[in-house]
Write a protein that binds this ligand. Sequence first.
Ligand code: NAI
Ligand code: DG6
Length: 519
Amino acid sequence: SGPGLTSGTASFVVNSPNVSYTDAEIKAQYTYRTTSVDADAHGNLVATPREVLYDFKVDRRVPRVGMMLVGWGGNNGTTVTAGILANRRGLAWETKEGPRAANYYGSVVMGSTMKLGTHAKSNKDVNIPFRNVLPMVHPNDLVIGGWDISKMDLAQAMDRAQVLEPTLKAQVKKEMAAMVPLPSIYYPDFIAANQEDRADNVIEGTRASMAHVDHLRNDIRNFKATNGLDKVIVMWTANTERYADVVPGVNDTADNLLRSIEQGHDEVSPSTVFAVACILEKAPFINGSPQNTFVPGAVQLAEKHGAFIGGDDFKSGQTKMKSALVDFLINAGIKLTSIASYNHLGNNDGKNLSSQRQFRSKEISKSNVVDDMVEANSVLYKEGEHPDHCVVIKYMPAVADNKRALDEYYAEIFLGGHQTISLFNICEDSLLASPLIIDLVILAEMMTRIQWRASGVDGYKNFHSVLSVLSYMLKAPLTPPGTPVVNSLAKQRAALTNIFRACVGLEPESDMTLEHKLL
Ligand code: NAI
Ligand code: DG6
């Protein structure tokens, strides 16, 4: 059939000989234009425009998708679940500030737009909801399940989290009470000792084992079958673990990792066992916490099985600001010389992070987020020079999920002057993280339906197993081995939108707007 898109799958068609539509697929031929740089015999840089022709193929059939959360009974798990129920049922509730209604604010997919192009007659920008650029799953349609080492049902767990208004909770309570997390694996050495009293819903055994992998695979299969699902996406939103030591022979290759699991090696974390189970089950697995779940052996296993993985650590508030603000400062030619970041929070995440080894995982993911921007500016920074950067997190039970993040950015400006920027960011942490969980699930699922080939070559392939296209939502983006990490928020968003545009044969949005300048 021709290029007639049914409403609800997309709100536009691309009118181009390079793009074709059937009920099942969108096919696009796309010219990827880059600039290749080399040095000549005198050491001068030579920039050469390059073009590569790719074919993209997008499966337009939106599947029935399950989202399984590890740590379902936590603050993020209960908040995202209640949020989806509230949206699905179009709920409204009273607060002291007046009525509020369900929305998806904070989700790039559901709450943001992208420029499609300029209007043929008026030359004005035409913007479309981000979710319409490709046929994505709607979050209201996600079937939700998951695991927790705490057996509390989701209604009680939502009360424990202290995030949502009582008037909203009352409306979703019945449905949430019927949701009970599956038992999970608990290896006490990996999370803070102060979490022990939560662990009343655990599968036997306190070390990695193939029995655990098989148990989790079986859980995914059952969830899929019981709910008639086409796909399941699994998200780690459980406690931050300590780093696992990367040891040659233990977790450095896929085979070694599998052997270590069989032998019950104590450097294999629960999150890595979940990752392995998902990889073997071909369920995309995303790590929303900072620990090194994806030890080299896990990445290699994913590559071997063509399974999708993504991570690490949701980028919600302070770090998102940092990856936007530092981009601005350094690209404005201002020499950032130090960043001091303080947080205090009183939720269970804060309690877990009050333990040194778990804090260290978070400190690492929060600290590396400006490296690429600094490295890119050799005018301001000598090789190896870096702004001072410190990260402090304190547990303050009284503020519960209302995290306080205080940042001071100190910079050198014109002629030795100084600029100090102080930020004070207060918000419910889980209300920022929940839309990221939704985006990560929807985008990861979308990536399972996009394939590519070099034009003229037989056989389409998937994107690389490591979904670095999810970087916008993650503090320490995992990238395919040997490829650079991009932290700049603007670049991360541009990569996401422009890759999705390429899939329907559209050029990247350049923002040149020559039509308004060459008059
Ligand atoms: P939380 O502590 O409220 O929830 C974590 C849940 O995981 C708890 O219910 C706990 O019982 C469960 N759990 C621990 N180990 C488990 C295991 N092996 N299997 C299954 N369940 C297990 O924490 P919250 O606030 O929901 O955050 C979750 C994770 O997301 C943390 O690692 C946090 O650092 C990370 N994160 C949170 C952000 C936010 O804005 N809320 C942003 C960035 C990351
Ligand atoms: C305090 O830093 C606790 C953490 O879990 C953070 O709240 C979380 O990682 C979000 O961090 P950020 O920097 O994205 O706001």
